[in-house]
Ligand binder design. Sequence first.
Ligand SMILES: *Cc1c(COP(=O)(O)O)cnc(C)c1O
Length: 222
Amino acid sequence: MDIAANLKKIKEELGKATLVAVSKTKPKEDIQAAYDAGQRVFGENKAREMEGKAEALPDDIQWHMIGHLQSNKVKYIAPFVSLIHSVDKLKLLKEINKRAKQNERVIDVLLQIHIAKEESKFGMDEEEVRELLQSDTYKQFKNIRVVGLMGMATLTEHQDQIKSEFNYLNSLFQQIKKEYFSEEESFKILSMGMSGDYKIALSCGSTMVRIGSAIFGEREYH
Ligand SMILES: *Cc1c(COP(=O)(O)O)cnc(C)c1O
């Protein structure tokens, strides 16, 4: 795998969108290679794995948690995580707020929306997001900042299906922004698009893509 070449090619296609290089399961050497090619934002899906990599790798890396996060794992990443993409419950947000406070920081998060046909994927529906944003509990959180939405499209060959899911997420993002964050400029991240569908995501208004295998090669799970 020529990580630097892959990065270069993808970056040319992104325009203003931010690239999260998804390094889950990959060794530190691969991350270092991407870092040496100029990449600073990396995505992981396991708290302990991210913690270990963050300790071993340069300090100016921005670590994004992109995978499903259990409340009892938040403490491992709270001191340093730069953005959590996968908030799907008030309970999780409460724990992130608590751990952020202990670390005397404010943690940026995205709310994950379920847009795919697959039941297995995580995320809230439209009603659940609104319920969360309107709750008094949420309004009291001082140590988290909601800066946008995240979603994963159905894994399918049907481009039209993917496109309609991304378009739906973009329209929900615009509505939520208007209704709840019109005063907050920081609410501006729409995280959608992976190796197989990032071009469609970009055409549907994505501002942040999460790309793993197209940079680092296929993952092996043991
Ligand atoms: C693994 C993963 C990605 C990257 O997937 P690729 O197909 O390898 O680009 C993106 N987002 C999430 C949430 C992931 O878990």
